[in-house]
Ligand binder design. Structure first.
Ligand code: DNO
Length: 354
């Protein structure tokens, strides 16, 4: 296992130098944030980012994410050119030896919360989600009212997308995902890249949009769409853990032993009443996710891929990008590495990457 950290590029207040100071973190998860969705990621631009990371003494381990254009998810005729561009981006990353790609297939909205700075009794703040409150968010003026939504849509753009998705049900979305994967996975394989789909977050429909990557049977179905090792998973305990029916350690066992988990996102969530959750500190005691059992399952399947602590709270007065401050994620990385070391088989005395 390689412990990694997400970095948002030169604008990120959490610098590569700070990340390098977190014990045991050797890899960076990043992306090109200025390429319009659908365009090719140029090799020179990826190489430049890789160079910055290497200068800091770190490895560019994962691209998270190359966004999938809505026209691909909607199955519009323009998708073929967009898929070709996507393939080109994969070839470019592969040529630079960046071998893990995280992506998602969530219509319109990536991860979604109702409050990005909910104050906890200890005065830290966390991201929370409440399904009833979400339903009350008014989208008639675009994404303005949605807390922290990164891709701002105007009212017209958003209405256009929402009405286009009214014609696409879950089965059609599966079909469009299959169409995409049938074309990109062979290119990934040739390029030495493995793909890990990120589960839907939260793992249920929001705003009436179809969402399909939500549970074990969906993940198994995904793997079968193109039965090749390059077609795999980003296993996110926070996203899947929002549904108490998901058996996370069992899923790590079953998908990990098939060699199909390519990237691990470890986050804890405290699942409150139905379809409500609060992001909580990484250790098991603070949420509904049994982190020890999950790490044990990763040990048992001999996981060698990248892992990152996922969202943290804001603590010690830190301000910054919600979920992506330095301190709580650094505590998370240290906790996960501690579990990893403690779960090491006594006969295998080999550091953190065994
Ligand atoms: C949230 C992240 C997601 C993830 C994408 C992957 O913090 O885990 O935004 O990067 O869903 O495509």
């Amino acid at each position: 296992m390689q412990m990694t950290f997400r970095w948002y590029g030169l604008d990120d207040p959490v610098t590569l130098r700070f990340i390098k100071q977190v014990p045991g973190v050797t890899g960076i998860v990043s992306a090109l944030y200025d390429v319009p969705v659908g365009e090719v990621w140029l090799k020179e631009s990826i190489a430049e980012l890789k160079g910055l990371i290497a200068e800091a003494g770190l490895q560019f381990s994962v691209i998270e994410s190359i966004p999938v254009h809505e026209d691909i998810k909607l199955g519009r005729p323009t998708r073929d050119q967009l898929i070709e561009n996507y393939c080109q981006s994969i070839q470019n990353m592969g040529a630079l030896d960046i071998t893990v790609l995280c992506y998602n297939f969530m219509p319109v909205f990536d991860w979604t919360r109702t409050d990005l700075a909910f104050r906890l009794p200890d005065d830290s703040t966390a991201l929370i989600y409440n399904h009833d409150l979400l339903a009350k968010i008014d989208l008639s003026n675009g994404t303005g009212e949605l807390p922290g939504w990164a891709t701002a849509y105007t009212a017209d753009e958003l209405n256009g997308l929402l009405s286009a998705y009214r014609e696409v049900d879950e089965e059609q979305l599966w079909g469009n995902l299959a169409y995409f994967l049938e074309r990109v996975v062979p290119v990934a394989t040739e390029s030495g890249v493995v793909m890990g789909i990120h589960p839907d977050d939260p793992p249920w429909s929001i705003f009436g949009l179809p969402r399909i990557i939500k549970n074990e049977s969906a993940l198994q179905r995904l793997l079968g769409l193109v039965d090749s090792p390059a077609n795999g998973l980003t296993f996110c305990t926070g996203s899947l853990g929002a549904d108490p029916d998901n058996d996370l350690p069992g899923m790590v066992q079953r998908f990990g032993s098939q060699g199909r988990i390519h990237f691990a996102h470890n986050r804890n969530v405290k699942v409150t009443p139905e379809k409500c959750f609060q992001e909580s500190p990484h250790p098991s005691a603070f949420g509904s996710v049994d982190m020890r059992a999950i790490m044990q399952a990763y040990r048992e399947v001999g996981f060698t891929g990248p892992m990152r602590p996922d969202h943290g709270r804001m603590i010690w007065g830190e301000t910054g990008r919600p979920g992506y401050g330095l301190y709580d994620r650094a505590l998370g990385a240290t906790y996960l590495l501690g579990l990893w070391e403690g779960l090491q088989h006594p006969e295998n005395n080999g550091g953190t990457d065994g």
